[in-house]
Design a binder for this molecule. Structure first.
Ligand code: KG4
Ligand code: ZN
Length: 339
């Protein structure tokens, strides 16, 4: 199918963000995200509430995204959607909406793996630098932590992954212990800016090869805080910035050590990060420092393409469109979709 311009509407609803984007080939024309505030008071995502909120948000957001792109829905060539992994009820809202709209417009649907989209988010034209193949990509989100070799758009090899919690979970769960509201990652990043990285010493997990483990730091922080609160009931308040900086430093060091090892083992010097935790300012800075030290060429997407978004779904949608990879009408959501 050779068309000069391909217009894709993309929908992402795998967790608690309802996101819609419109792309012209690899260029993002609009990228709209609605964060569901409702989960804050529960300290984590409540699946049932998330799917209800998606249901409420999706049509208005599609309308805003189309309006912002200056396109009419009849100009669209295809609808891309996140098939999985994620929360089933949330995914189903996006999948069913995508299929219904595509059917009514007489255009094809394209299913996208959420992690594939994070890994290829670098190719969104609105980013400053686009990677060369092969590149090593550290994909760090709330549900996943993976180190992959990206040989081509559709040839990706996982060479390391977490054995338990994801890096984003380590941020969110330790933040919760400090009384920081969900999701704790962005706030921890903010408070850490004025803190001392080395004030408190948390142990790093020792995991063989290129795998990761983040369950240890969660319990380490929990017991440390419990002990300190026995001595000073205002311990958290009095040390919040240093606590955030020290926890963040430990998590990011664990990620960086594996990235250095991965580059040594694979002899790949094109290094990329992606996923929600790639929005972390300390990780972004540490990567820049390592690039100088190890002579790496680094790729860091814009923050809006790190945290969950539909632009990355549209990017993979476009690449699949060029390959004529369309989904069947009976295609459905899959909570545990392997990659
Ligand atoms: O990719 P993402 O938006 O959703 C998933 O696919 O999971 O990642 C969400 C995760 C959350 O754990 C959130 O706390 C974390 O990314 N995150 C951050 C920052 N921004 C988002 N963690 C640390 N620093 C940040 N600035
Ligand atoms: Zn994600």
């Amino acid at each position: 199918m050779s068309k000069k311009h391909v217009y894709i509407l993309a929908i992402e609803s795998s967790c608690d963000d309802t996101a819609v984007a419109v792309l012209k080939n690899k260029k993002v024309l609009s990228n709209i995200i609605t964060n569901q505030k409702i989960h804050k008071k529960y300290g984590g995502v409540v699946p049932e509430l998330a799917s209800r909120a998606h249901q409420k948000n999706i049509i208005p957001i599609v309308e805003v995204a189309l309006k912002k792109s200056n396109l009419n829905k009849n100009q669209l060539n295809a609808i891309a959607f996140t098939k999985g992994p994620g929360l089933l009820g949330s995914l189903l809202v996006g999948v069913n909406f995508a299929k219904s709209l595509a059917l009514s417009l007489g255009i094809p649907c394209i299913e996208v793996h959420h992690m594939h989209a994070h890994i290829l988010s670098h190719f969104i034209e609105n980013n400053k630098v686009i990677p060369n193949f092969p590149y090593l990509c550290l994909t760090v989100s709330g549900g996943h932590t993976q180190l992959v070799i990206v040989k081509d758009y559709f040839s990706i090899e996982i060479i390391g992954k977490t054995l338990d919690d994801a890096a984003g979970e380590a941020f969110d769960k330790t933040a919760k212990t400090l009384g920081i509201e969900y999701p704790g990652g962005p706030l921890m990043d903010k408070y850490a800016k004025n803190g001392n990285n080395l004030k408190f010493n948390f142990s790093k997990s020792k995991v063989p090869q290129l795998n990761f483990s983040f369950s240890g730091i969660k319990t380490n922080v929990l017991y440390f805080i419990k002990d300190q609160l026995k001595i000073d009931k205002h311990f958290i308040k009095n040390n919040l910035e240093d606590l955030c900086a020290s926890i963040q430093h430990t998590i990011i060091e664990m990620l960086m050590e594996k990235l250095v090892l991965g580059s040594k083992k694979t002899k790949i010097n094109n290094i990329a990060i992606s996923g929600g935790v790639a929005a972390n300012s300390y990780l972004r800075n540490q990567l820049k420092k390592s690039a100088k030290k190890h002579n790496w060429k680094i790729f860091i997407p814009k923050v809006e393409y790190c945290t969950d978004n539909a632009a990355m779904i549209g990017l993979v949608g476009y690449l699949k469109y060029l390959n004529n990879e369309f989904s069947e009408i009976n295609s459905t959501a899959k909570a545990r979709l392997t990659f």
